[in-house]
Design a protein around this ligand. Sequence first.
Ligand SMILES: O=P(O)(O)OC[C@H]1O[C@H](O)[C@H](O)[C@@H](O)[C@@H]1O
Length: 568
Amino acid sequence: MASSTLICETQPWKDLKSHVEDIKKTHLRELLSDTDRCKSMVVDFDGITLDYSRQRATPGTMDKLYNLAEGAHLKEKIDRMFNGEHINSTENRSVLHVALRAPRDAVMQSDGKNVVPDVWNVLDKIKDFSEMVRNGSWVGATGKALTDVISVGIGGSFLGPLFVHTALQADPEASKCARGRQLRFLANVDPIDVARNIAGLKPETTLVVVVSKTFTTAETMLNARTLRAWISKELGQSAVAKHMVAVSTNLALVEKFGIDPNNAFAFWDWVGGRYSVCSAVGVLPLSLQYGFTVVDKFLKGASSIDQHFYSAPFEKNLPVLLGMLSVWNVSFFGYPARAILPYSQALEKFAPHIQQVSMESNGKGVSIDGKPLPFETGEIDFGEPGAYGQRSFYQLIHQGRVIPCDFIGVMKSQQPVYLEGEVANNHDELMSNFFAQPDALAYGKTPEELQKENVPQHLVPHKTFSGNRPSLSLLLSSLDAYKIGQLLAIYEHRVAVQGFIWGINSFDQWGVELGKSLATQVRKQLHASRVKGEPVDGFNFSTTTMLSKFLKESSEVPANPPTILPRI
Ligand SMILES: O=P(O)(O)OC[C@H]1O[C@H](O)[C@H](O)[C@@H](O)[C@@H]1O
C-alpha cells in the first residue's frame, strides 16, 4: 500500500494535531475520574490484561487514532506482512517471522512457496539434536556428555535468546528441565567477555553454537575463531566437529568456517535478525538448555498473539492499541522516550531486547518511499526491573522529564516466598509498587494536599508532583514459556504497527552500516601499524591523535603473537 503521501499530510493526522491541544488542557486526574472511560480502556486477551486508562486519551482520541490507522492502511499492511509480500522493500524481502511459530499445518507463502514445512524441518532437526545432546547420546571428543553451551552471536543473534533464557531460568518447569546444564552468551568482542564466558568451563564438556544470520559479523566471527582455538588447543582440531555447531542463513560460509553442514541449522532471509528469536537463533540454544517441549510452549505463546494481531478488531487488539498509543505519545505529545518497567526480575533482559527491536526498526529518517520525514519516528526505549528503577531513574520520571511508562506485572511469581508474620509476602511487596507507581505518576501531589499534611512551607515546592504523566499497565496471569512468547510477540507487532503508521520501513537497518565500514578502515590501520610500523594515515586530526596515542601506549602488544587465551 505504498503511497507517496506522507501520513502527516493526511486529514486524520491533522485532526489529531488539533485534538492533542484539547487533551493537553485535561489532567489525568480528571480523565481517571470517568469510570466509563476507564472501563473502555481495559482489554483482556488470553491471560493478559492491558489497562491504558492512564494514557492522556479519551474514547474520542481512540476513534481518531483508528481513523489514522485507516488512513495509514494499517490492516492492509498487516495482511501484506502475513501474506509474505516484500514489505522490506529496500532489501526486497518478505517479513515473515510469524511463520517461525505457525502451526505445522499452516500455510504461509514467501515468493510463491509455503515456508512452514521448511520451518518445521529445522524445528524437528533441533528437537532431535537437542535431545541427543541432553540425553548424552551426542558426546564430545573425549566421550563426555556436553552439559554446557556457549552461544556466540551479537545483536539479533543474542538479545532475544538472552531475554528468553533469563525469563525461563526461574520458571519451575523450565528450571527442572535445565538441571545440571549451563547456557552462556558470548556477544562482545571484548576479550573480557571471552574470559568470563569460558571461566569455569571445560572444552570437553562444552558445545559452542555460532549464531549469525550473515556469518560475516566481525565480532561474532572473531569470537567463534577464539572459541575454536580454545577447543582445538585442548582437544585437537578434529574435536571441532563434535563441539561446534552453527545457526545461519549462510550455510556456505558455515561450511567454509569448518563446521559440518549436517550440524548447521538454517533460517531464511525473510527473518530479520532482531525478529529471529523464534528461529533456530533462539530455539537451538534454548532447546539445548530447557528441552524442546518448553521451547515449543514459548513458540505457541508467540503464535497466539500472531493470530490475535491478525484477526482481532483494532479496539481489542493488544499490539495495535499499544502501537497506536506509542504513536500518539511520540508524534503528538512529542515525548521522546518510553520506559519499560517489568515488575519481575525474570524480565530483566526484556528492555535490552526491545531496545533493538524498537530502535533498530523505527529509528528512521525517511519514508518507505525514500522521502525525508518532517516528523520524528521511533522512541528511546530503556528500562530496568521496577524495583531497581525506582531507586535510580524514577525521580526523573516523577518530577523531571515526562516519559510514558509501560508497567509489566505478573500475577503469580515464578518463585513465591512467604515469611511467617510479614504484612505482605515478597511478591505482593513487589506488586504493591506495580500498582502504586502508575497512580503516583498520574495523580501527582498538589500543594494543597501537602499543606493538609502539614508539610513545612519551604518544602512544598519540592514535594509537589505535577502528575499527569502517562503510563499503561500489562498484567500477565503468570510467567511461563507460553506467556514469555506472548509478551515477545506483543512488542514485536507493536513496533511494526508504529512503523506502518509512520509509513517507514521497520525491517531494514542501513544506519548500522556506516560505523561498521569505518571500523574496517581502523582495523586495517591497527594491523599496518603494529606489523609494519606504518604511521597513522588518512584519518582526521582527532582520530589520528587518539589512534597514535593508543598504538604508542599499547606498544607491548606483539605484532605476530602465538595464540593466547584468557584465564580467570
Ligand atoms: O546475525 P548477524 O548477521 O551476525 O548480525 C548481527 C547484527 O548485526 C548488525 O548489527 C545488525 O544491525 C543487527 O540487526 C544484527 O542483529
